[in-house]
Ligand binder design. Structure first.
Ligand code: ZN
Length: 293
């Protein structure tokens, strides 16, 4: 069977106070996690720059420093964020830090993300039956996505497509039809359990709905994350169906397992994959699978 690409989603905007002290914040901590996750079997590392207190860090310099540290320490493929809730930032300013890094060999990331649509990202508190925030929209207009597709390609990076629901998956298909994306496309189904209601649930039915709408006449490598929930319930199914796995403390604290590290989550996925007859891909093998230069 084809090799499995494991991506470590090490921090997002998860706070240690939410239950796991192993969420990395600083460039040093993120780079150390990169090394540990690579040894455990990850081929890709996804990170968000953070301030020492865990608050989001949007400075381009912080991204450049973190990528430089990761690349000096490991051959893991690097996937930085474009930033998360962007109510009014321009397309250019959202991609700017990635395009600047791409020009510098030591700071060039390998992927740039494109969430293929817009979605509400307010936090829902199911116990209290109320939303904790009410105005947060992750906005990705068609014009912005075309700008991203053109400029990410021109910079020589691989677009990391993210789909929160079938509408996003259909957008990815349309972009493939328009020739704006190269095949194989790399598409992450972002399932959302608890808290965020904008994605499909982290269940077999939630995953299957996405798979039902994948374009049959296009080459798409797909991966799955569960933003807000435990991905292990679905992991064996994803691996058996030929998908890839994106997992980490950024999405969920995994308190069911105590206080695991990102590398421990990766190692656990690798074990499950081995039992199912799939070995993990190295960064070079992942590049080959995804048709990257
Ligand atoms: Zn992210």
């Amino acid at each position: 069977m084809r090799k499995l690409i494991i991506e470590a989603r090490v921090n997002e905007y998860m706070l240690r106070e939410e239950g796991n002290p192993n969420v990395p914040y600083s460039p040093e901590e993120i780079a150390a996690d990169a090394v540990a996750c690579r040894e455990a079997g990850a081929a890709v590392l996804h990170f968000h720059a953070r301030r020492p207190d865990g608050a989001p860090e949007h400075a381009a310099q912080a991204y450049a420093e973190t990528v430089a540290r990761i690349r000096a320490a490991s051959d893991i493929l690097v996937h930085p964020t474009l930033g998360y809730v962007t109510l009014d930032a321009s397309s250019e300013s959202r991609l700017d830090h990635v395009l600047r890094m791409a020009q510098d060999r030591e700071r060039a990331p390998h992927f740039a993300p494109m969430d293929m649509g817009s979605v509400n990202v307010d936090r829902y508190n199911a116990q209290a039956r109320r939303f904790e925030t009410k105005g947060l929209i992750y906005k990705n207009g068609t014009d912005t996505l075309e700008y991203f597709a053109n400029n990410i390609r021109a910079a020589g990076l691989k677009p990391y497509l993210v789909s929160w629901n079938i509408g996003f998956t259909r957008y990815a298909s349309a972009f493939l039809e328009m020739g704006l994306l190269d095949e194989p496309a790399y598409l992450c189904f972002c399932l959302t359990d608890n808290t965020f209601l904008g994605g499909h649930p982290g269940t077999l039915k939630g995953l299957q709905a996405h798979l039902d709408f994948l374009p049959q006449d296009r080459r798409v490598e797909w991966t799955v994350c569960n933003f807000g929930g435990n991905l292990f319930a679905l992991a064996a199914t994803v691996i058996s169906l030929g998908g890839h796995i994106s997992i980490g403390l950024g999405d969920y604290t995994y308190r069911e397992l105590g206080t695991p590290t990102n590398a421990e989550l990766v190692a656990r996925i690798r074990e499950i994959a081995r039992e199912l007859g799939r070995e993990v891909a190295s960064p070079d093998e992942a590049k080959h699978i995804l048709g990257m230069r």
